[in-house]
Ligand binder design. Structure first.
Ligand SMILES: [Zn+2]
Length: 65
């Protein structure tokens, strides 16, 4: 099975803790916006808790449709 001791490469999920607002790693980053592109999949932007608080960002999962 997969190793679980390497925090930098163990997770292959969509989130790995990167904040696009301060452009650095974060343990609290969540997706807040999806940038739709003309072709191909949209790019997801993630923001950490402090950046969300400073800029009034709402997690994508909590936004109303
Ligand atoms: Zn941030």
């Amino acid at each position: 099975m997969a190793k679980t001791t390497d925090p930098t490469t163990a997770t292959a999920g969509p989130t790995f803790g990167w904040c696009h607002w301060h452009e650095g790693p974060s343990g609290t980053a969540v997706m807040v916006r999806v940038v739709e592109q003309g072709s191909g999949p949209g790019a997801a932007l993630y923001a950490c808790a402090p950046c969300r608080e400073q800029r009034g960002l709402v997690p994508f999962s909590e936004q109303q449709p």
